[in-house]
Design a binder for this molecule. Structure first.
Ligand code: FAD
Length: 265
């Protein structure tokens, strides 16, 4: 089975700064990593390759620094990686991002595509569904297990709030791996060293993809950030209770909550 895994290069922090004028994320100076949820998509793909053979290709649309993340994916055992990067792709909303990725992916021969559940920096969970829609392929979300059934079909199990659902899908298809669904493998130095000796990472720019500039980046993004508001920080009262036992602590806490009008008794 030939599998493509989309990974996003995200800032290694939960507090991303936002450009007040444009409403876009400021990434300069913030160290980045592969989106942690995408490691489950990579692990799921590599497990399928271990079981059934084939190849795993990973792809990201990101600035050139994302090459480091792709080296990590190669180190985990991916065969090849594509870095889709061009200044004209900057400022893309989810529609323009998924369009560019779908166009890039359609150049690859694949049976199955995997994405993470969502990203830790934007968390829209749009990209998987949108790519599937651009490519007209079936899409399943919250996937925790996959098996190849033969004859171009897969079985996939997905997790709902309090139940599992089992599906049979015809390939090609796109699955979003649920967060915490696998134990992502470690990077192997022998795999990672392939990045030094073989051309395993390809860089594709807009000359390669030949996309209309009006359909990509900020120009191809119908979403406009109208206003960004910041939640005001609530000052803490820094009151400390030093009770002798649990009863005294509970009594003190109830009294404070009543005083603050957070509890009525
Ligand atoms: C007006 C506007 C301007 C923006 N400008 C910028 C900007 O300048 N720079 C910027 O970085 N972001 C920008 N963004 C955010 C950007 O659109 C989203 O980060 C991007 O579309 C992915 O959405 P998400 O992070 O919510 O992914 P989700 O939909 O939550 O991701 C789901 C999965 O899709 C895959 N995926 C997501 N993104 C990528 C990717 N790029 N490559 C490969 N796989 C991916 C991963 O597997 C991921 O787990 C902007 C957004 C808006 C609305």
């Amino acid at each position: 089975m030939n599998i493509v895994v989309c990974v996003k290069w995200v800032p290694n922090t939960t507090s991303v700064n936002i450009d007040q004028k444009t409403g876009t994320l400021i990434r300069t100076g913030v160290p980045s990593v592969i989106n942690p949820h995408d490691l489950h998509a990579l692990e799921m793909a590599l497990t399928l390759k271990d079981r059934y053979g084939g190849s795993v290709t990973t792809i990201t649309m990101a600035p050139p620094s994302a090459k480091l993340g792709l080296e990590h994916a190669i180190g985990m055992g991916c065969d090849k990686a594509m870095l889709v990067t061009d200044m004209v792709y900057a400022g893309a909303d989810t529609l323009a991002t998924s369009y560019t990725l779908a166009k890039a992916i359609s150049r690859l021969k694949f049976d199955l595509m995997l994405v993470g559940q969502e990203t830790v920096d934007s968390s829209t969970a749009h990209i998987g569904a949108q790519i599937a829609s651009w490519l007209h392929i079936p899409y399943l979300y919250y996937v925790v297990d996959v098996k190849y059934l033969g004859g171009g079909k897969i079985w996939a199990k997905r997790l709902l709030e309090d139940a599992y659902e089992e599906y049979e899908l015809t390939l090609p298809a796109l699955l979003a791996a649920a967060m915490h669904s696998t134990k992502p493998r470690r990077v192997k130095l022998s795999h990672k060293l392939r990045c030094r000796s073989e051309p395993v990472i390809e860089v594709w720019n807009n000359k390669t993809l030949g996309l209309e500039v009006s359909c990509v980046g900020l120009k191809g993004s119908p979403t406009i950030v109208k206003k960004t508001s910041f939640v005001p920080e609530v000052p803490r009262k820094k009151v400390v209770c030093q009770p002798r036992d649990l009863d005294e602590a509970a009594e003190w806490l109830v009294k404070r909550l009543v005083e603050e009008r957070l509890l009525k008794i």
